[in-house]
Design a binder for this molecule. Sequence first.
Ligand SMILES: Nc1ncnc2c1ncn2[C@@H]1O[C@H](COP(=O)(O)OP(=O)(O)OP(=O)(O)O)[C@@H](O)[C@H]1O
Ligand SMILES: O=P(O)(O)OC[C@H]1O[C@](O)(CO)[C@@H](O)[C@@H]1O
Ligand SMILES: [Mg+2]
Length: 534
Amino acid sequence: MEAPSPMASPGEIHVEGDFDSPRPRQIVTSLPFSATCIRIARDSYPNLRSISSSANIPDDASASKTVEGEFGYVLEDVPHFTDYLPDLPAFINPLRNHPAYKTVKQYWVNEEDSVPLQIVSQKDTPRGVHFRRAGPRQKVYFESDEVLPCIVTCGGLCPGLNTVIRELVCGLNHMYNVTHVLGIEAGYKGFYSKNTVELTPKSVNDIHKRGGTVIGTSRGGHDTVKIVDNIEDRGINQVFIIGGDGTQKGASDIYKEIRRRGLKVAVVGIPKTIDNDIAVIDKSFGFDSAVTEAQRAINAAHVEGESMENGIGLVKLMGRYSGFIAMYATLASRDVDCCLIPESPFYLEGKGGLFEFMEKRLKENGHMVLVVAEGAGQKLIAQSVNSMGTTDESGNRLLLDIGIWLSEKIKEHFSKRKMTINLKYIDPTYMIRAIPSNASDNVYCTLLAHSAIHGAMAGYTGFCVGQVNGRHAYIPFHRVIEKRNRVSIQDRMWARLLSSTNQPSFMDKKNVKPASDNKLKLPSGLKPMNGEKH
Ligand SMILES: Nc1ncnc2c1ncn2[C@@H]1O[C@H](COP(=O)(O)OP(=O)(O)OP(=O)(O)O)[C@@H](O)[C@H]1O
Ligand SMILES: O=P(O)(O)OC[C@H]1O[C@](O)(CO)[C@@H](O)[C@@H]1O
Ligand SMILES: [Mg+2]
């Protein structure tokens, strides 16, 4: 295929990038031309009719930018410089002449490509919400020598932070010839309280082999005005912000203030959290590495438990509000007898309680392994100890230690029952997040960093990058900060876990809503099972 002319209207070319993971082409859909535009950057969709031009109002930062199309198609778009700086000049993407990329067929992402939020559908379901597909555009809104990016990491550690930093620095340099990249030290507060560090491809060359973040991180200290003043003073025009839900809320505030001041500064979030609780995205980077590392602790708990009379291995894993690490580590290990997570309240005593189950399992097997997420059972502990309800510098509630509390309760119970047990408590909390990322997370981090760079260069701002159904997309901030992802205990994945551990569900039948598909009519020719009412 002949390379399309660089400044062609986006609607005139149809190109498929091999930019992100190889998945069926159908997942990326194109916007139907007869769509109605609600609020739109004209530049991006020249073929669509605009019924509102309010996108040009600088303080319109919190308005969502939505495009509707045929068959219930909705694009939840991300802001673009041209929404508030309509006369900004565009340039030809320098990748066009890059020795590595110029030979790639169909490298540019079609401006009209989008990624659906829901990929399971039926014949008559509307097409639903989509996000703009990530990747390189033919047009960019920065010349290479004017770009001054900065990178900041905030919140707790997570495997892969250094890989993202490395790939931002190297990607900006190798793909877009950007020579100066600033590292903001120690999280948000570093913008106004510290000097910056110069990051070069040489200085970041092997940082992906180390855990942590070479530029440091912190909680608290987000001061929007001071941060944006500093961005302006230093002449920074691309801000890459790596962090969890709190960080992305802060990033959204920074974007709004930048837009209010009418600055040509791209604000891009790269979601990070070991807890995997960021909404919309498939999973957060570093999660895989953490789950893999957790296996070592579970293994040790199993070996210890197996080697002694009524041996109990108890492992506490991270997960403040969401039990994803505990759930996946349990499913991966197969040695776990019971997994306790914040989303599934449990109780200790009586019929259907934890102790009854433990006694049974010890009688059957002579040993057992328990995995508990740090946020599990918080109400239960609060009933028995005096809790101060303190928070960290970012305002996150400080948790009561479920691991130590549960160890004591288990020992108390079995001593009352005059049953000898050998309990070994393992707390690998910081060990699972202080490691470097594994191979698959490294690749994921690279793609996230590159998506972020391409988006900023193309003039998009006020968005997060993330993988949605296997494709990389640009997601508006409000989508990732409005709620947290939590394990659904009425979902198949939790049912898989329950059936693999055979632990009690701790659910009171009265409180279980019947699953909606249980109410579906039986397909013709099928009869209900013995005694089942339908
Ligand atoms: N609602 C908010 N508005 C603006 N800034 C915030 C908000 N919540 C948190 N921040 C800032 O974001 C930074 C990180 O927040 P936090 O410590 O909650 O970690 P996080 O990004 O949620 O990551 P983690 O997954 O480790 O919890 C801090 O500097 C904090 O001040
Ligand atoms: O001790 P720190 O650094 O505040 O981090 C602990 C918290 O960070 C998290 O890992 C989220 O990043 C939570 O699981 C945990 O509660
Ligand atoms: Mg958080």
